[in-house]
Design a protein around this ligand. Sequence first.
Ligand code: NAD
Length: 258
Amino acid sequence: MARTVVVTGSTSGIGLGIARAFAADGANVVINGFGKPDEIEAARADLDSLGDGKVLYHGADMTKPDEIADLIALAEKSFGTVDVLVNNAGIQHVAKIEDFPTEKWDQLIAILLSSAFHTMRNTIPLMKKAGHGRIINVASAHALVASPFKSAYVAAKHGVLGLTKTAALELAEFGITVNAICPGYVLTPLVERQIPDTARERGISEEAVKTEVMLRLQATKEFVSIEEVAATALFLASDAARQITGTHISIDGGWTAQ
Ligand code: NAD
């Protein structure tokens, strides 16, 4: 039987790459996220053609707990359960704390941290009933170390690791593992969008943001690829990873070794 996978924030970037990897592996996948309806449908149809599973889309806003419940309900109604939950949706905002808009703080905490609580809350009963499950939280190197001007993001990502560990302990005896992936910089739309703001905050050029800020601590001096993050998600969902729980895998080119 095909596995059922829910990936939040999977209309773009890392989430789309993870959805692609699971779809190619034959899973049923529910994708989620924002975007132009025709582009989302094209992405859904493309993923659907990759394997034997079905790919559906649900547009739940990760700031809205009732819509998140509806996303998980769609997976259950369509495929019977959720075998793998990937919490990936995210946004960034770059500003000094004293200039950081309060509503932006609330939005980042909601999307990056609270949404993972809400998806888990709705998915765990299904996984307990099935006797197995995999929860994978796409955190960040910023779950382990900080950078200036990213207070909400760094705080939320550190929180995701705490939630990961707590859930892992609660679920360890139910055949359910909970882990985080901590990528360094991956060139996705989320990263491209923060380059102008970072250039302004630091008073440097946009090219210098890439080389002197983003890749400064990435010892390999290379961006991480979406496919590398997706392959790690696939590994964490595999049988080989059944004793890996309550921890994280860093894919950051050596950033957090320093
Ligand atoms: P992206 O901007 O390419 O994709 C983000 C996805 O989240 C999109 O599908 C978007 O529609 C969705 N999204 C945003 N707000 C949403 C909301 N309210 N409800 C539902 N979906 C919403 O970004 P990305 O770089 O692929 O980031 C994906 C995850 O990876 C994020 O959690 C991010 O923090 C994390 N991450 C990214 C990097 C990186 O360098 N790109 C590094 C470490 C961690």
